[in-house]
Design a binder for this molecule. Structure first.
Ligand code: KQY
Length: 380
């Protein structure tokens, strides 16, 4: 039986690897709540199935679905994808799943952060979130991986690491009083160092404009490899994203990573601006305690929200005016990976994107590969 450890990853010699390091597989969760996903979540389920299919061509995928949805998920997902019963409040494996850490001997462990639905009762997105807070424990049980319970609130989408001692994050999210009101910046930095096994924190300011997560970094900026980041970018000075990206660019330009390197910054065009249509908003049920969806809502669309699978990049397709340009840039950034696009507007309507709905399980010595990846199939 997996143990809950009283120590910290740092003390035990563990670190969070970069997403670009080899994976044993990917975890996802199945969407169903009708007050976040329109039309009873059916269009979102199609989009999640396309993402799972795109990743399963490269590595094993496990999808957690509720008892009510298990049969539907099983039927909608390809055979090679493992579907297990996990009850959740919603479907954001990046944020409610464990953050896996590895050590030099190839051992894998998991960090289980406290989850409060992106802000608890002070601007969080739904109540209750008790099932979501148990997802990491359940995943670790199924994977037979030992667990650290971190003593503070954090979501996986709020951090990106280079695997060599550096994390990037945003002040908007991690210093938000709705996450850890009792902790100062230095306390948060110490927590990141202890639980991610890193030495250097690079603080960006705000995340993507109108991002309901309070500015998760995984929608704004990510490591493509150690020493290099991708940043969402617009040249439209009147767009509220302009100043946000400009500020991030300046902070990244001034930063040094844990190994003392300057960062090379690659700009990815911002799609849109993308807004919710009246038809889309009307398909979402209203429920007390959940964030209502309104026609005209500006959505936080970003191509940075891609997922790095083994030898593959699965990127969101969001806007025919910019999709091809973003794909060209990603192909240049990842010459040894196949870049595939998945139509992702239905995921964006729920408030996030492909990176937010996935969680990588690194390849370690003790981790079993649960299913064979199916032969490659083109997604888009
Ligand atoms: O972007 C994410 N990491 C999660 C988005 C959650 C949105 C909930 N409606």
């Amino acid at each position: 039986m997996p143990r809950t450890l009283k120590s910290t990853p740092r003390r035990d010699g563990f670190r969070m690897p970069g997403e670009f390091e080899p994976h044993a597989g990917t975890w996802m969760l199945w969407p169903e709540r009708p007050d976040n996903w329109r039309l009873g979540a059916k269009p979102a389920q199609e989009a999640f199935a396309a993402v799972a299919t795109g990743i399963a061509a490269a590595e094993p995928v496990t999808v957690g679905a509720s008892a009510v949805q298990w049969e539907n998920a099983r039927q909608m997902l390809p055979e090679g994808v493992r579907v297990v019963e996990v009850s959740t409040n919603d479907a954001w494996a990046r944020d409610t799943g464990p953050t896996f850490v590895v050590d030099g001997r190839g051992r894998v462990r998991g960090v289980d952060w406290i989850f409060n639905a992106w802000g608890g009762l002070e601007g969080g997105l739904y109540f209750p979130w008790d099932k979501d807070d148990l997802v990491a424990s359940k995943v670790l049980e199924i994977e037979r991986v030992d667990r650290y319970r971190a003593p503070f609130v954090l979501e996986g989408g709020a951090i990106h690491v280079d695997g060599q001692g550096t994390v990037i994050t945003t002040e908007e999210c991690l210093l938000n009083p709705n996450r850890n009101p009792g902790l100062a910046r230095e306390d948060i930095e110490k927590g990141l160092k202890d639980y991610l096994g890193i030495d250097t924190v690079i603080w960006l300011g705000r995340g993507v404009y109108n991002d309901e997560t309070d500015g998760h970094v995984d929608n704004l900026c990510c490591f493509v490899r150690p020493g290099e980041v991708a940043l969402t970018w617009t040249t439209e000075r009147d767009d509220p994203q302009y100043e946000i990206s400009r500020d991030a660019f300046e902070r990244l330009s001034a930063a040094r990573d844990a190994r003392g390197r300057r960062l090379k910054i690659h700009k990815l065009p911002q799609p849109g601006p993308l807004v919710m249509t009246a038809e889309e908003a009307s398909g979402v049920e209203l429920r007390e305690g959940s964030r209502p969806r309104m026609a005209g809502d500006r959505m936080a669309g970003s191509y940075v929200n891609f997922y790095l699978a083994n030898r593959r990049v699965v990127m969101p397709l969001l806007d025919p005016r910019t999709d091809a340009r973003a794909m060209r840039i990603l192909r240049r950034l990842f010459p040894r990976r196949e870049v595939v696009g998945v139509p992702a507007r239905e995921i964006l309507l729920g408030g996030g994107n492909i990176h937010c709905i996935t969680q990588q399980l690194p390849l370690g010595r003790g981790v079993r590969v649960v299913a064979r990846a199916r032969p490659r199939r083109r997604v888009a």
